[in-house]
Ligand binder design. Structure first.
Ligand SMILES: Nc1ncnc2c1ncn2[C@@H]1O[C@H](COP(=O)(O)OP(=O)(O)OP(=O)(O)O)[C@@H](O)[C@H]1O
Ligand SMILES: [Mg+2]
Length: 326
């Protein structure tokens, strides 16, 4: 079942076209990422999907609810963590959660149970009675995540959840999101970190200038790259002219020897693996290692968005700086 359905979504800010006729679906239980550079339209899209912003045109259904018509109703099925989401600073983590629980009409008992579970899972339980203003950015983000989950939503939306956080906080949040997804919560996040999208998402939509220019699993996106996959093989024993022999196998384009490894360029990885195994067994060679070397998601991203790696680095830096100011 598709838990998010977006068709022809378009958003103008006055005359500026920020989101340009995008369509995509997200399946129930999926971990979906919208990946794109600064200004691509990620925040605009996520705000529209969560009913916080009206689109100029298009249809959006989330958990079967028409978001344009029922932006309040949909909120009981979703959790939202915006870029600037902040708990009340003058309240403790615990009181923040009690307050959110009350807003969602949870019983006193439910509120306490839910808050306790979430705070423990997010490593905040020991600090539950401290005011949030004493918390670091990473801890505040964790409180924001707990707040968004108090009512046990089916879908969690996160806008750049780890932007500007240190490695440890980011990792903690990613691990938590993975677990949450394993427990059946559908996750929709935006990010400009390619590795983050690669390591978390079942599918990624790449957005640029308000358009989705590719949408697929990370591995399929990598396979789209013009850079070809290669194979790397090494053998325990050796034989004269191995490279020349491998070169003769069908599908093999090029063989290079590096140290004790052979790098093989081929048009058909799967066939070549079979042939290599065959070849080794015929020649009495023992394979020590056999790896497929894939192009990275960054290769595809750079090719699709037309950004150079250098520009990409700059975007990540600017993103970090901007978010630190807030
Ligand atoms: N309220 C607004 N009024 C006018 N233009 C806006 C407004 N909000 C966003 N924009 C413009 O729309 C485009 C998309 O913005 P959006 O915030 O959705 O991008 P983003 O992908 O979230 O970028 P970032 O990575 O910087 O968060 C940008 O060019 C931005 O300047
Ligand atoms: Mg944004």
């Amino acid at each position: 079942m598709d838990i998010i359905e977006v068709e022809g979504l378009t958003k103008y800010y006055k005359k500026f076209l920020a989101v340009d006729n995008i369509s995509f679906n997200v399946r129930e239980g999926e971990f979906f990422g919208l990946l794109g550079p600064n200004g691509a339209g990620k925040t605009t899209t996520i705000r529209i999907l969560t009913g916080l912003l009206k689109p100029s045109s298009g249809n959006i259904f989330v958990t079967g609810i028409d978001v344009r018509k029922n932006s309040v109703e949909v909120k009981s099925n979703i959790g939202i963590i915006s870029e600037t989401a902040n708990p009340y600073l003058e309240m403790s983590a615990w009181d923040n959660l009690m307050f959110a629980g009350a807003l969602h009409s949870l019983s006193r008992e439910e509120r306490r149970k839910r808050a306790e579970d979430l705070l423990k899972l997010l490593g905040l339980y020991n600090r539950r009675n401290e005011k949030v203003e004493n918390f670091s950015k990473g801890l505040r983000k964790r409180v924001a995540i707990a707040l968004a989950l108090m009512h046990d939503p089916q879908v969690l939306f996160l806008d750049e959840p780890t932007s500007g956080l240190d490695v440890q906080s980011s990792r903690m949040i990613r691990q938590f999101l993975r677990k949450l997804n394993e427990n059946g919560v559908t996750i929709f996040l935006t990010t400009h970190y390619i590795e983050e999208a690669d390591s978390l998402c079942d599918r990624i939509g790449i957005i640029k200038n308000g358009k989705i220019i590719a949408i697929d699993s990370p591995e399929n996106l990598k396979a789209q790259s013009k850079k070809k996959r290669t194979l790397e093989i090494s053998f325990e024993n050796t034989l004269e002219n191995i490279a020349e022999e491998i070169q003769k196998l069908p599908n093999v384009k090029l063989v290079k020897k590096y140290a004790d490894k052979f790098i093989i360029h081929t048009d058909d990885i799967s066939e070549t693996i079979k042939e290599l195994v065959n070849f080794a067994s015929k020649k009495n060679l023992r394979i020590v290692s056999l790896n497929t070397m894939a192009p990275s998601l960054e290769d595809t991203f750079v090719e699709l968005t037309g950004l150079s790696s250098l520009e990409l680095e700059r975007i990540e830096q600017i993103g970090k700086m901007r978010k630190m100011k807030m």
